[in-house]
Write a protein that binds this ligand. Structure first.
Ligand SMILES: *[C@@H]1O[C@H](CO)[C@@H](O)[C@H](O)[C@H]1NC(C)=O
Ligand SMILES: *[C@@H]1O[C@H](CO)[C@@H](O)[C@H](O)[C@H]1NC(C)=O
Ligand SMILES: [Cu+2]
Length: 251
């Protein structure tokens, strides 16, 4: 890394205004690669990740930025990956430990590069392939998925592409749902372009599909709460809103 780049990164990490984050890198079936890096000009960057402008949260639940962050414009590349393979996302320096990790996909089309033309807004298109929220203890003092990722998983979240998923192009959307600010849930979404290969022939049914924006609602009692006050602080169950996780039928 050049000294200029190290200096720039050190500056980023020291600035409180930037004390949030997102997915920096992806490992596709074991190969690490960069995502799009916010704060650098888009020109000259080429990755599988859609563009995002900064590490800040999205808090407007109706905003189109909730889809693939702001501005969420198309990635230059896509990663080819076999159904059943593992994908890891690296949240370098992620600072929060209260909240959920959710991973979504949306079918873009049959052609490998179909996601370049897909904005994900056309009705209920998104399905979850993984989610984790409150793992143990209470909402105030317990262990959340984000805390576990930071403390035990080296800021890395792993998912498996459902084995029987139909071949085609998909957006892969990682989302952190942070609950440390009372009554203001924060969302940190980033999207990557995939081309999933294989002989699977399954797609999730309607029950598993959600619209984004739309799935998160301001009056949802699981989102509009303060973990610092009762009745929330001592709760030991917290239900992640939205549809159930789709795993397809397994072999
Ligand atoms: C991780 O992402 C950062 C930011 O895009 C990039 O500078 C770095 O080279 C990437 N590392 C790997 C191993 O791809
Ligand atoms: C944590 O993950 C990053 C990204 O894969 C890697 O560069 C780093 O070496 C890992 N650190 C440890 C302690 O395993
Ligand atoms: Cu933050």
């Amino acid at each position: 890394m050049s000294r200029l780049l190290s200096g720039a990164l050190a500056l980023l990490f020291s600035s409180t205004a930037l004390g949030h984050g997102g997915v920096w890198n992806y490992s596709i079936a074991g190969d690490w690669q960069p995502g799009f890096f916010p704060y650098y000009p888009a020109e000259g960057q080429s990755s599988i990740q859609r563009h995002w402008i900064d590490f800040g949260p999205i808090t407007d639940l109706a905003s189109p930025s909730l889809i693939c962050n702001n501005p969420g414009t198309s990635a230059e590349e896509y990663a080819t990956v076999a159904a059943g393979a593992q994908i890891e996302a690296y949240y370098r320096g992620w600072p929060h430990d209260i909240g959920a990790v959710i991973v979504w996909m949306a079918y873009c089309g049959a052609e490998p590069a179909s996601c370049a033309e897909f904005d994900g807004t056309d009705g209920a298109r998104w399905f979850k392939i993984d989610q984790a929220g409150l793992l143990s203890g209470t909402m105030l003092d317990g262990v959340w998925a984000q805390g576990d990722m930071v403390a035990n998983r080296n800021y890395t979240w792993s998912v498996t592409i459902p084995e029987r998923l139909q071949q085609g192009a998909y957006l892969l959307r990682h989302e952190l749902l942070a609950l440390h600010v009372p009554l203001t849930p924060e969302f940190y979404p980033e999207c990557a372009h995939l081309y999933v290969t294989g002989t699977g022939d399954e797609l999730p049914g309607e029950d598993y599909l959600a619209a984004i924006p739309g799935v998160w609602e301001q009056d949802d009692p699981e989102l509009h709460l303060s973990i610092y006050e009762e009745p929330s602080s001592s709760r030991t169950d917290w239900e992640i809103p939205g549809p159930a996780v789709w795993r397809g039928s397994r072999n």
